[in-house]
Design a protein around this ligand. Structure first.
Ligand SMILES: [Zn+2]
Length: 455
């Protein structure tokens, strides 16, 4: 090795350490994370090693954005170097970083150092500080430090390992892209099937605008198309080892962008706000279940874990200037609505609808109408309450129960009653919008069960 290049390398390392010290001095209460490639020799930068650092960096930025107060990356002779400052304690950040090193496909290719500031100096947190075993060598599984000091493995051997892992990562990304696309298409199909269902008790359909003056079938088509790419994004980010709570954080952010696009596509008519929320959670939990190789009904538990803190949304509502429909209903009637439903793991869908209809001989419009009636008989539909009142909700529920008793779509008597109620609900301006969203989610989950998780 050339002494000059060793000198230059050491100088860059010193500069990097200097940068870290400066950053910590100015942010004594924060936790510093530095990412570098874990690669031997003096030639650390190539398109694969740089991309690996970038991938890990953007992963951290994506999933943990809300705690990051500063981020910066630059290239020197150590390769690509990234610094991130977290507004969080060093123990939880070190745990998160160890998880990345251990669970991300490319985790073994990088060094993620975590620092805190104590007694006027910067301190690196080691695995043993958290009672964790030292890192293993990526090739032979011995203690990584032993192999690196003894230079047990040749640079060629390590280079080959990096190349293979990188290829495996790229292949996995292709798979995630494909499955996210396919599953988001099932969500699109479900949303279109829902709005195509007729009769639908005051909802919009191709035959009628129902109880609505500001939207029609085509508003819903536009809205569905605008939403689907965001559902695909949510699916992609949910195929991960990250905990359901972290996944929920990022899909909520995607959901906000998605709402904007929906309003753009509908000239500011709220067609699918509840749908984005429900379908987003379902598509995410489904992808997480597929990632974990779980069974269909485990999706329900993932939804519960994801949304366990969801009712925190209702804290301090009296301080808010503008309230959403859901917030008003909570404030005035203690109605938990759609949030209560997900917190409960959408049990009405998993325990009532899927179990009842997974082996039905009904299909298409008849099946979807019947599911809608079933939902109306049990769901506390906040759209009905918001547009009318609790008494109207109780009437809708008992109408639907009576309808099921006389067979619903399966009998002539049922069909006649359905037509009568459709007219009556339009006259009274009733629209079971909450049930409509749950119908779409039911159609989606029935498809997922049949096509992806039939065991
Ligand atoms: Zn080794």
């Amino acid at each position: 090795m050339n002494t000059d290049s060793i000198q230059a390398f050491l100088m860059d390392r010193e500069k990097r350490v200097y940068n870290q010290e400066k950053l910590m001095e100015k942010n004594k209460d924060k936790t510093l994370v530095t990412i570098r490639i874990n690669y031997p020799g003096l030639e650390k930068s190539n398109y694969i090693t740089d991309d690996i650092v970038n991938i890990i960096y953007s992963d951290i930025m994506t999933y943990h954005k809300k705690y990051i107060v500063y981020n910066d990356k630059y290239k020197n002779r150590e390769g690509l170097v990234c610094h991130l400052l977290f507004r969080a304690d060093f123990v939880s950040i070190k745990k998160l970083m160890i998880e990345i090193e251990e669970k991300h496909i490319l985790g073994r290719c990088i060094d993620i150092d975590v620092y805190t500031y104590k007694n006027d100096k910067i301190i690196g947190i080691s695995r043993s500080d958290l009672y964790k075993a030292p890192r293993k060598c990526f090739i032979c599984d011995l203690d990584a430090k032993i192999c690196s000091r003894a230079q047990t493995h040749s640079i060629d051997e390590i280079k080959k390992y990096f190349d293979e892992l990188y290829k495996r990562y790229k292949k996995k990304q292709e798979f995630i892209e494909d499955i996210s696309y396919n599953i988001s298409q099932l969500a699109l199909k479900a949303m279109i099937s829902e709005v195509s269902t007729f009769p639908s008790f005051g909802l919009v359909s191709p035959i009628s605008d129902g109880s609505h003056k500001d939207m029609n079938y085509y508003t819903f088509l536009n809205s569905s198309m605008a939403i689907t790419p965001y559902l695909k994004e949510m699916a992609k980010f949910s195929y991960t080892y990250k905990s359901p709570q972290y996944i929920f954080d990022i899909i909520r952010n995607i959901g906000l962008e998605c709402e904007e696009k929906m309003l753009e596509a509908t000239n500011n008519v709220n067609t699918h706000k509840g749908m984005i929320f429900l379908m987003g959670i379902c598509i995410s939990a489904t992808m997480k279940a597929i990632y974990e190789d779980k069974n269909f009904y485990d999706i329900k538990d993932i939804i519960k874990v994801m949304t366990e803190d969801i009712l925190d949304d209702f804290k301090d509502l009296n301080l808010k200037k503008e309230l959403t429909h859901g917030e008003k209903l909570y404030l005035y009637h203690r109605f938990t609505g759609i949030r209560g439903q997900v917190k409960d793991g959408l049990s009405v869908v998993f325990d009532n609808i899927i179990k009842e209809y997974e082996n039905t001989t009904l299909d298409g419009n008849n099946l979807y109408t019947q599911i809608l009636i079933h939902l109306m008989s049990v769901v506390e539909d906040s759209t009905v309450v918001y547009r009318q009142d609790i008494q109207t909700l109780r009437k809708v529920q008992s109408d639907a129960k009576d309808l099921l008793k006389i067979g619903g779509v399966n009998t002539v008597e049922g069909k006649n009653r359905i037509e009568k109620l459709e007219k009556e609900y339009i006259q009274e301006n009733i629209s079971p919008g909450g049930c409509a969203d749950l119908l779409a989610v039911s159609i989606f989950l029935l498809d997922i069960k049949n096509k992806y998780m039939n065991r």
